[in-house]
Write a protein that binds this ligand. Structure first.
Ligand code: NAD
Length: 256
């Protein structure tokens, strides 16, 4: 399949995990990609080499997306790299575990600024570009099952992903006249560095798996496949939705 021939995608937080898988998936179908993270290191180097081997172009632009100014600049710089930008994948995200009564303002700000504020202004910058050049751009936000279901001890994370849920619903309507689509992908428990503690705690992992009807963690490629579908023309009539990639976790029912 060559669904992304002559297209350019910006994927935030793509040095590792789900973001890296999205970059590889899109590139494997003809997309040129702009990678991003706090800083360029050997992971970015390796990804660029892999993507170039597939025959596509890739560059890495460092930016701290918890800062609105950097999120806006990243989109503007991304446009300059290959002269166009068609797909924005807001993947960068952080979580901080703490009892609600102990959450610090610093941690709250980090989570909300990265997962919601940076995303908000990155999309704004992309929309301004799309409107100016009459581009039917598409946005995919990496949300979480926790835009829908509770996650005790992660209140700020849930608030940020819940905010992302309504941001997407709202923008789908506001941006439809410009043929700009926006959707969320909501992973459940996926094996990535963000879940390192869980993966190392056998007892806790077993508990988590009990709540997943498919009884296993998700793979980054399984999230990337859904992202690619939503970014492609196959999803031309899909906007304002959340696609859950969670092995059935969100709406599971435990037989008594
Ligand atoms: P990860 O920690 O492996 O990757 C996240 C990437 O984002 C990292 O490379 C990190 O450096 C980057 N990043 C974080 N803050 C940034 C910032 N301010 N500026 C630039 N880059 C930044 O995590 P992952 O599991 O691949 O998660 C990706 C997304 O998927 C996140 O938004 C996360 O909330 C969401 N998600 C993950 C899971 C899961 O089980 N892994 C489940 C639900 C949702």
């Amino acid at each position: 399949m060559d669904r992304f021939k002559n297209k350019v995608a910006l994927i935030t937080g793509s040095s590792q995990g789900i973001g890296a898988a999205c970059a590889l998936k899109l590139a494997s179908e003809g997309c040129n990609v702009i990678l991003n993270g706090h800083k360029f290191d050997e992971r970015g180097e390796k990804l660029i080499a892999q993507i170039e081997k597939m025959g596509q172009k890739a560059v890495f632009l460092a930016a701290d997306l918890s800062k609105a100014k950097e999120a806006i600049k990243l989109v503007n710089d991304a446009v300059k790299e290959f002269g166009q930008l068609d797909i924005l994948i807001n993947n960068a995200g952080v979580e901080k575990k703490a009892d609600f009564w102990e959450v610090t303002e610093e941690d709250y700000d980090l989570v909300m600024d990265t997962n919601l504020k940076g995303v908000f202004f990155g999309i704004q910058s992309f929309v301004n570009y799309c409107r100016k050049h009459k581009i039917a751009g598409t946005v995919i936000n990496m949300s979480s099952v926790h835009e829908e279901i509770v996650f005790p001890h992660f209140a700020a994370y849930c608030a940020s992903k819940g905010g992302l849920r309504m941001l997407t619903r709202n923008l789908a309507t506001e941006l439809a006249p410009f043929n700009i689509r926006i959707n969320n992908v909501a992973p459940g428990a996926v094996s990535t560095p963000i879940n390192q503690d869980l993966l190392e705690d056998k007892k806790q992992l077993e508990k988590v798996l009990q709540n997943i009807p498919l009884k296993r963690m998700g793979k980054v490629e399984e999230v990337a496949n859904v992202v690619a579908f939503l970014a492609s023309n196959e999803a031309a009539y899909v906007t304002g939705s959340t696609y859950f990639v969670d092995g059935g976790l969100t709406y599971h029912y435990e037989e008594q």
